[in-house]
Design a protein around this ligand. Structure first.
Ligand code: FES
Ligand code: FES
Length: 263
C-alpha cells in the first residue's frame, strides 16, 4: 500500500471508534513511524518509547472497524415495513436517523428505541442536555423542539427527525454568548451548573414568546427545571435582567410584591 493510500484511509476513518489502545492521536495518525510488524520492539528496556502498536495491527483494526460500519449501514432500515396507509414501521434493527440540531443536519444509526437525549449525547456528541432523572421530572435534558421546551429523555429520536432542535449549544457560544447567558454569568446563577443548560434553554423559550416576563411568569416557566443547589434567586434575577428589567431584592419571596414591582 502506498503512502497516499495510507493517508487517505487514516483521514477517512477518523470518525470510526477505535479500540481504546489505539485512541491516541500519536498512535492512530502517525503511520509513518509505526513498526512494520507487531514483533516486540528491540531496545534497552525491551519496550518502544514511541508506540507498541504496529502498522499491520493498526491497518487490520481499521479494516475490521470499516467492515463493521459498512455492515451496520447496510442493515439499517433494511427491516422497515411500509404499511398501506403510508406509515413506515422501523425496527427492530438499528435505523438510519437524521436530526436537524442547531442548524446542522446530523445523520447516524441508532436503535429505534433510542431517546432524543441519548441520540444527542451519544451519537451526535452534543452534551449540553444532561441526563439526570430520565423520567421528565427535573428538566436537566431540556431542548427546544420547534422553539418549545421538551424533555428529550421522554422522546424518541425517530419522532424528532422532521423537527428543528435547539440545544444550549445553539443558543450561544463562549465567544458569542446570548444576553441570557451573559446575565446568568453576571448574577452567578449557578453552583454546580448541572441544571444550567436546561434552565437556559427553558428561559430562552420563555423570552422568545414573552420578551418581558414578570417574576411570576419566570417562576412558572422554570417550574420544571430543578436546581438542587438552590440557585433560583440568581436565576430569576438573571432572566429579569436579560429581558431588560431590574433585578429584585427577594426573587423567591412568593406571593409578595417585591422592590422591583414584580408580583
Ligand atoms: S433527565 Fe429528562 S427530565 Fe430529568
Ligand atoms: S446549579 Fe447545581 S443543580 Fe442548579
Amino acid at each position: 500500500m502506498n503512502r497516499s493510500n495510507e493517508r487517505a484511509i487514516s483521514v477517512t476513518l477518523k470518525s470510526i471508534r477505535l479500540p481504546r489502545f489505539l485512541d491516541h492521536p500519536q498512535q492512530h495518525l502517525d503511520l509513518e513511524h509505526m513498526p512494520e510488524d507487531s514483533s516486540p520492539p528491540s531496545g534497552p528496556s525491551g519496550s518502544s518509547p514511541k508506540s507498541d502498536v504496529s502498522r499491520r495491527l493498526f491497518l487490520q483494526t481499521i479494516g475490521i472497524s470499516a467492515a463493521t460500519v459498512a455492515a451496520e449501514r447496510q442493515a439499517a432500515n433494511a427491516d422497515a415495513v411500509m404499511k398501506p396507509g403510508g406509515a413506515t414501521i422501523i425496527g427492530p434493527m438499528p435505523a438510519r436517523t437524521s436530526l436537524q440540531v442547531n442548524g446542522r443536519q446530523l445523520d447516524f444509526i441508532a436503535e429505534p428505541a433510542t431517546t432524543l437525549l441519548e441520540a444527542l449525547r451519544e451519537r451526535c456528541d452534543i452534551t449540553g442536555p444532561k441526563e439526570v432523572c430520565d423520567r421528565a421530572a427535573c428538566g436537566g435534558c431540556t431542548v427546544l423542539l420547534d422553539e418549545r421546551p421538551v424533555a428529550s429523555c421522554m422522546m424518541l429520536a425517530l419522532d424528532a427527525t422532521d423537527r428543528k432542535i435547539t440545544t444550549v449549544e445553539g443558543i450561544g457560544t463562549i465567544d458569542a454568548p446570548d444576553p441570557l447567558q451573559e446575565a446568568m454569568a453576571e448574577f452567578d446563577a449557578m453552583q454546580c451548573g448541572f441544571c444550567t443548560p436546561g434552565v437556559v434553554t427553558s428561559a430562552k423559550a420563555l423570552l422568545v414568546r414573552n420578551p418581558r416576563p414578570t417574576l411570576h411568569e419566570i417562576r412558572a416557566a422554570l417550574s420544571g427545571n430543578l436546581c438542587r443547589c438552590g440557585a433560583y434567586p440568581n436565576i430569576f434575577n438573571a432572566v429579569l435582567v436579560a429581558s431588560g428589567q431590574d433585578p429584585v431584592a427577594e426573587p423567591t419571596d412568593r406571593g409578595r410584591t417585591t422592590s422591583g414591582g414584580h408580583a
